[in-house]
Design a protein around this ligand. Structure first.
Ligand code: GDP
Ligand code: IMO
Ligand code: MG
Length: 429
């Protein structure tokens, strides 16, 4: 099996960036297929830390990066990120980065609407990143979005802006937020166009050529299965499908090209923003996990909510996400805890179930059922082989494998690129 898709198996921030960077040494091209600059992928290589939101993580290894049609692109954020990583010494040119010409653009009005709507929701807010992701996907589905290729046609832009503003200014007015005027937006887009267009092409054709010449594609997911618009904890989700199937539709390759699906999960759980989180800890242990794991959102800096590993939730993600192997990260954060808990199901209305129900009320009422396991003394931090791990840590990993019904094929033991244990090469299937 030549290709690999990496997806998050919890609520995001599992360490996808680190794993994609590590696997990129075995790939020829790294492709983003959904989400936008709501993602924050952190890569630590020696004394350099890279924080990527839109750019595929393979760029750090000098691999070709592709942004697929399923991604929503804020052109201003894209160019700022290119400038930022260029200042860090990376090379981003049309030779190393290609962008789908049919990808949807995020405009300044999208983040304005995102923020105004969140404000209006009050304590019922979703806790979005405020980056306009939801409103941009809504425009795409409503068939009024501006796409990358439109940047080359000022007349098309002008016509589309008329329709967009009719819709969005009505909404902004209703929300009591400032409206936008057309000329300002048109000038904004026309000013960015000459820097964006050199990257644009029909990427499906390049990916097809690469596949036919036997090159290996690594698909880099953003967010995670529990934030998936269909399969996640709706409505506390992002606005795209995050499951591996989207790697096909979000890039223009067929489903058979997706290859091995590697799910990434932390050895505990975190979540940023609102929404149900059955195994959340509000005590000293939760605080300790947050401090040890440096659990602050890469994009917004918000503290992440922390809790025990939820095997029922990850098992569900394995099933709906088509996950064939799991990369378990941040095992080191659990070092020297006397005992650990693993969520194995939920008690709902007196019954024990192994899946999170669809109803938000039932999700909020789900009481986790735990299995308690012994912790380990000693450290997993920096381990690069099974032999470096305390025996009890190996037992913890094995128990997780059983409960989530997927093998652990990769382990990560620190933020550093090479502190990784490969159990089975996902490119070998
Ligand atoms: P992503 O969104 O899934 O790419 O994850 P983020 O980069 O947002 O968050 C994961 C954080 O954990 C980053 O700060 C990583 O550097 C860090 N990290 C990744 N793997 C490990 C690990 O095995 N141990 C520890 N301690 N930190 C890790
Ligand atoms: P990575 O790729 C964690 C969350 C937001 C919010 C919800 C909707 O780094 O794992 P949105 O702005 O997408 O409309 O917000 O989704 N969220 C993430 N949480 N990691 C991410 O990405 C996220 N991207 C969005 O916090 O709860
Ligand atoms: Mg992240």
């Amino acid at each position: 099996m030549a290709n690999v898709a990496v997806i998050g198996a919890q609520w995001g921030d599992e360490g996808k960036g680190k794993v994609v960077d590590w696997l990129a040494s075995r790939a020829d091209v790294v492709v983003r297929f959904q989400g936008g600059h709501n993602a924050g992928h952190t890569l630590v290589v020696g004394d350099q830390t890279y924080k990527l939101s839109l750019l595929p993580s393979g760029l750090v290894r000098g691999k070709l990066g592709v942004i697929g049609n399923g991604v929503v692109i804020d052109p201003e954020a894209l160019l700022a990120e290119i400038d930022r990583v260029t200042a860090q010494g990376l090379t981003v040119t049309p030779d190393t980065l290609r962008i789908a010409d049919n990808a949807t653009l995020i405009l300044p009005l999208h983040s304005a609407i995102d923020r105004a709507r969140e404000g209006a929701r009050g304590d019922k807010k979703i806790g979005t990143t405020g980056r306009g992701i939801g409103p941009a996907y809504e425009d795409k589905v409503a068939r009024r979005a501006i796409r990358v290729a439109d940047l080359a046609e000022p007349d098309t832009l002008s016509d589309k802006l008329d329709e967009l503003l009719r819709h969005h200014n009505t909404l902004l007015n209703g929300l009591g937020a400032p409206t936008f005027e057309k000329q300002g937006l048109l000038d904004h887009l026309l000013a960015l166009a000459p820097r964006v267009l050199p990257y644009a092409e029909p990427v499906w054709e390049r990916l097809d050529d690469l596949r036919r010449s036997g090159k290996r594609i690594l698909f880099e997911g953003a967010q995670a299965v529990m934030l998936d618009i269909d399969h996640g904890t709706y409505p506390f989700v992002t606005s795209s499908n995050t499951v591996a199937g989207t790697a096909a539709s979000g890039t223009g390759v067929g489903p058979s090209a997706v290859g091995f699906v590697l799910g990434i999960a932390k050895a505990y759980s975190t979540r940023v923003g609102s929404g149900p989180f059955p195994t959340e800890l509000h005590d000293a242990t939760g605080k300790l996990l947050g401090e040890r794991g440096h659990e602050f959102g890469t994009v917004t800096g918000r503290p992440r909510r922390c809790g025990w590993f939820d095997a029922a939730l990850v098992r569900q993600a394995v099933k709906v996400g088509g996950i064939q192997g799991l990369a378990l990260t941040k095992l080191d954060v659990l070092d020297n805890l006397p005992e650990l808990r693993i969520g194995i199901g939920y008690e709902i209305g007196g019954e024990i179930v192994r899946r999170l129900p669809a109803s938000p009320r039932a999700q909020a009422a789900a009481v986790p059922v735990y299995e308690t396991v012994e912790g380990w003394t000693g450290s997993c931090r920096g381990a690069r082989s099974w032999a470096d791990l305390p025996a009890q840590a190996i037992k913890y990993v094995k128990r997780i494998e059983e409960l989530v019904e997927a093998p652990v094929t990769l382990l990560s033991t620190s933020p550093e690129r090479d502190d990784t244990i490969l159990v089975r090469d996902p490119f070998e299937g």
